[in-house]
Design a protein around this ligand. Structure first.
Ligand code: XMP
Length: 526
């Protein structure tokens, strides 16, 4: 366990919810130091060493009505600290303390399965836990539960109800145990952060945890992990790997070497731009590895998105390994893996969860790899990485760059990847980004790119018939990449951009605009 002695610590016990990390994020926003630990690791001894000032039980996919379902150690209830249970965490708390939970019915009143938006109305309570809540008489919340509490535990009172959750908010004010059926950590519970704020205030947190503190502790952790060994850092030129590299450099200096891999899947002018930018600003040894033949060769004929991602992941590691072999004592590989990459590839806690995509820097890694991973940003969201980047003094042009995925243009080229298609894609993308910059929209957009579609369509240019590729423009707004909305360009902008692409890029004769949000789409096309 990482020991951070000089801060009050909040422990989040993870029961496997997809949004557990959002709890941590809300707490970081409140400048509270917290750690997430999977329930399996939280033992009596663990609690005694960790000494949490408060505990939160996350949600989770299991049912407390199932024998052997996840539980915290019972000693958690006698620590004398506030405990907050969320969704599955509420049900665990009720069941453990003498209440009752029932399996969900899909319809009918009085406690049923419930997914989506709901409204909670107050009971007659004035506990500070509810401070700032119910100002307008009711609060919108996000429900996502199959089971429900059918009887609350002794000592508990009802603080709020919704049509399908009579025990939407329950509390034992004497022991400072709070339990909610909904998820206050998600955006769809707009006032949810207030509940966390009230909870940490009740627990006595001072709110003295900042990005500066995160930086110092991340540096201490990197030093402890790496010792006197050497680290190779895969640099993509994106914000994440740049921040990771600068942070690690601050931690271990000359023990770090960066490797920028040109896999032939970069955007126009990207390799030169990144290498120059890095060499100009930092005194970190940087290897520029031109591996286009290797990657494009292996990707020939590959059409399945997961096979593409895994192939690229494997080749990245081969290249890093090759360079590591030339550096005496190189035992670690550093990556700018972020939390959304982790949650979409594997469950954070190692428990069961759905893989949405194998992000190359997480799920795409081969099982056997000679290098150990250093991933100092693994718990952060994109905007937090940007904040850390600012804290580290990275120039704005680094921090403001749109994210670019490790597998690069490969996942913007559905179907087979060919050099000819990549060339067309690069040109179209350059025109699109130029348009966005010219119209002053770059910083309003989270990410924008072109995808070349695996379809050719008929067109007419001049007097001739064309039979060329169609492409899709993508532009989204987002806070953390977990959810996204398409950007509402004007028709003028779209029309002008389509005309420019068709006129300036040979090989494209049709332009479409992708208006899918995430969910149900993902940001990238593969
Ligand atoms: P999706 O397509 O999953 O993308 O909605 C969310 C964000 O993650 C980026 N992304 C990746 N980044 N390696 C990365 O470093 C990957 O394999 C990867 N796949 C997606 C994507 O560009 C978007 O910003």
């Amino acid at each position: 366990m990482t020991q951070i002695a000089h801060h009050d610590r909040l422990l989040i016990i993870d029961f496997g919810s997809q949004v557990t990390q959002l709890i941590a994020r809300r707490l970081r926003e409140l400048n509270v130091y917290c750690e997430i630990h999977p329930y399996q690791n939280v033992t009596d001894d663990f609690l005694a060493t960790f000494k949490p000032k408060a505990v939160i039980f996350s949600g989770g996919p299991d049912s407390v009505t199932r024998e052997g379902s996840p539980r915290p150690p019972q000693s958690v209830y006698s620590l004398g600290v506030p405990v907050l249970g969320i969704c599955y965490g509420q049900q665990v708390m009720m069941q453990d303390l003498g209440g009752q939970v029932e399996g969900g019915k899909i319809s009918g009143g009085g406690g049923t399965a419930e997914f989506g938006r709901a409204y909670v109305t107050p009971a007659d309570q004035t506990d500070p836990f509810l401070s700032g809540w119910f100002a307008d008489g009711r609060e919108q919340v996000w429900m996502s539960h199959g089971d429900h509490v059918s009887r609350i535990a002794p000592g508990f009172e009802v603080y709020g109800t919704s049509p399908n959750a009579p025990f939407a908010i329950t509390a034992d004010p004497k022991r400072h145990f709070y339990a909610v059926q909904f998820h206050p950590e998600v955006h769809h519970t707009p006032n949810g952060k207030t509940l966390y704020e009230n909870f940490v205030k009740l627990a006595g947190f001072k709110g003295d945890w900042t990005m500066g503190a995160y930086r110092a502790e991340a540096i201490a952790k990197i030093r402890a992990q790496v010792g006197d060994k050497k680290v190779i850092c895969g640099l993509s030129g994106g914000v994440d790997s740049s921040v990771a590299a600068v942070l690690i450099h601050e931690a271990i200096g000359e023990q770090l070497t960066c490797v920028f891999v040109d896999h032939g899947l970069l955007r126009q002018g990207e390799a030169e731009e990144v290498v120059t930018m890095f060499r100009d600003h930092y005194n970190i040894p940087l290897i520029h590895a031109d591996e286009q033949e290797l990657f494009l060769g292996e990707l020939e004929g590959v059409t399945d998105p997961e096979v593409k991602r895994k192939t690229i992941g494997r080749l990245f590691i081969d290249v890093f390994q090759k360079h590591a072999n030339t550096i005496d004592g190189a035992e670690f590989l550093a990556q700018g893996t972020l939390y959304p990459d982790v949650i979409e590839s594997v469950s954070f806690s190692g428990g069961p969860s759905v893989t949405i995509k194998s992000h190359h820097n997480v799920g795409g890694l081969p099982e056997k790899m000679g290098l150990k991973l250093v991933e100092p940003l693994r718990e952060l969201f994109k905007d937090e990485v940007r904040a850390l980047g600012r804290e580290l003094g990275l120039p704005d042009k680094f921090i403001g760059r749109h994210p670019f995925p490790g597998p690069g243009l490969a996942i913007r080229c559905p179907g087979e990847i060919t050099r000819a298609k990549l060339d067309i894609l690069r040109k179209a993308d350059a025109v699109y980004i130029d348009q966005i910059r010219k119209h002053g929209l770059y910083d309003e957009i989270w990410q924008a790119f072109v995808a070349i579609l695996p379809v050719r369509t008929v067109g007419v240019m001049g007097d001739g018939r064309t039979y060329d590729y169609a492409c899709a423009l993508r532009a989204v707004t987002s806070v953390d990449g977990m959810t996204a909305d398409y950007y509402p360009f004007t028709h003028e902008f779209l029309g002008e951009t389509a005309t420019r692409i068709i006129n300036e890029v040979e090989g494209i004769n049709r332009v479409t605009y992708d208006i899918t949000s995430k969910p149900p789409g993902t940001i990238e096309w593969e």
